[in-house]
Design a protein around this ligand. Sequence first.
Ligand code: PGA
Length: 257
Amino acid sequence: MPYKKRPKVIAGNWKMHKTRNEAFFFVQTLTSLVKKSQESVFLAVPFTLLHPLSELKRKENFLFKFGAQNMHDEEKGAFTGEISVAMLKDAGAEFVILGHSERRHLFGESCGFINKKVKRALGEKILPILCVGETAKEKEEGATKKILESQLYESLEGISDLKNLMIAYEPVWAIGTGKVATPKDAQEAHSFCRKLISRKWGEAAADRLIFLYGGSVKPENAADLMDMEDVDGLLIGGASLAPESFSQIVNVTEDIK
Ligand code: PGA
């Protein structure tokens, strides 16, 4: 197994799932199933769960990190139904997913909008996990690299320091479909993205950047994906909803450094 100098991150994205009781049950079960590596576990939860779960964390002293799945780029104002970074931090969020493909495709978020959100998050010292990835059609057309380049450069436009940011490569055709990228394909995309980062921000910045793979990650394929040199972590949707499958992913990747 290759030695990775970057910290490992196993992140769950609950999307629009779980009420408070369900979330408490999940987290309490997870603390009994995951003894080691708790600090590498990130959970992106619905807004309503941020405060109750942060309180639970404070009381029970576990190390999982809670974050949000989206935010608005403006500080405050007349944006009905939106949430600001100050509100997320106030509720205990330690990170925020930005530019998830469901935001891009179902809610029409552009790279320009996502770029403003990334800047706001970094300015307010909350860690963004920026998602990029090609659709099935773009892959068929051989446009994967072009898409990754434009999404990365446009979403990170004008940002000088990438120290407090992570990137998730999530091929859209693999999200919720059961079609996972092969470890080799994931490695190729990650190493390509790292090169793109290196070109603009330098080798040291690229070397330090944590890249997660997302798209139909399951306990059965997690270790092989994590074994790839440039796959530093995983972003998991469906399999993060049950403590059994999620803890298995955390535990099977535990010894991969
Ligand atoms: P999936 O979702 O694991 O259910 O494919 C991944 C994601 O959307 O982050």
